[in-house]
Design a protein around this ligand. Sequence first.
Ligand code: F1P
Length: 343
Amino acid sequence: MHVTLKEIREQDEAIVSILREIREKQDRVVDVLSESSSVLLTGCGTSYYLGLTAAALLNEKSWKANATPGSEVFISPEEASEKNPDIILPISRSGETTETVKATEFLKENNPDSEVVGITCNQDSSIYELSDVPILSPKGDEESVVMTKSFSSMLGGIEYLSLLASGDESPAKYFRGISDEVSEIMEDSEEVGREIGSIDEIEKYVFLGTGEYYGLASEAMLKVEEMTLSWSKVYHPLEFRHGPRSIVEDDTLVTVFWPQRAREKHRNLLEEIRDLSAKTLAVGPKSELEEVESDYKLKLPSREEGPILPLYMPIVQLLGYYRAVDLGLNPDEPQNLSQVVKI
Ligand code: F1P
C-alpha cells in the first residue's frame, strides 16, 4: 500500500491527538489568546492554505488576522498586513521549511513583544524552538511528500484554537464524536474518490470555496496538482463567473465546498456550472445537500454549528490519490517535489 493512502486513512487518530495536546496546554494557550486580538499567520504551500482558513475563522470571531506566505513576509513585507500583531503564528509540518523559519525569525525581530504560537508536526524543529507556545500535532508527521493527515490534524487544531480565541472555554464538546465522524465519512470518501478518480474523461479540476472554505479548496487544488499533474484551479465561488467559467467543458470536474450560508447563491451557481456540461462534486452538510443537484455528493454529518472542517478533506485527498494511481503515477513520489523545501 502507498504510504500516502495509509496516512490519509490515519487522519482520525492524528486529529484526536492534536486536540488532546492542546487541551493539555490549554491554560497556557488561553493565557496568550485572552491577551490578544491580532495575529499574523505564515506558512508555505499546504501550510499557507491552513493559514488562510485560520485567518478566516479568526476574522469571523472579530480578531484581526492575516495570512501571508512565508517568502512574502521578507520579500514584500507590506503583504504581511497585520502590523505589530499580538501573535505570530507559523504553520509547518516539518518545522524546517526555510521560508517559514526565516519569516518567523524576521517577524520576531521586528515585533519583539509578539508571542509566537507555532503549529508543527515535528517537535525537534526550528519552528518548535522559535515558539513561545509551540503546538505539536503528535501523530501528524508523515513519510509522504504530499501533506494529508498533517493538514487535517493541524486544521482540527486550528479550529479548536479559533474557538478558544472566541472565548469558548470548553471547545472539546464541539469535537465530540470527531473520530467516529471521520471514520463514518472515510468509507464514502473512498468510494466517491475512487469512482471519480477512474473517470478518464475528467482532465480539468476546479475547486470553489468561500471564506474559511477557500483555504480548504486551495489545498484540494494543490493535492490534485501535486499527485495527478492535472490542470487544477481554485476560486471563490462567485468569482468563477468572472472569466474562469470559460474553461468549463465536459472534461471538467467542479468541486464546491458547501457552506451553511448563501445557499441560493451556491445552488444557482452549481446549476449554471452543470448547464455548461461540467461534472460536479458537492461536499457539505447532509441537510444542505439533500436538495442540491450534483453528479456526486459527499454528505457530512449535519450539526447546528456546521461540520468540523477536517471532515471536508478526505474526499479531495482520496480523489487526488486514486486519480494519480489510475494515471499510473506514484503518489508517494510526486514529480519535482521534496518533503521539505530548503533553500
Ligand atoms: C510544506 C510543503 C508543502 C508541499 C510539500 C512540501 O512544508 O512545502 O506545502 O506540498 O509537501 O512541503 P511544511 O512547512 O508544512 O513542512
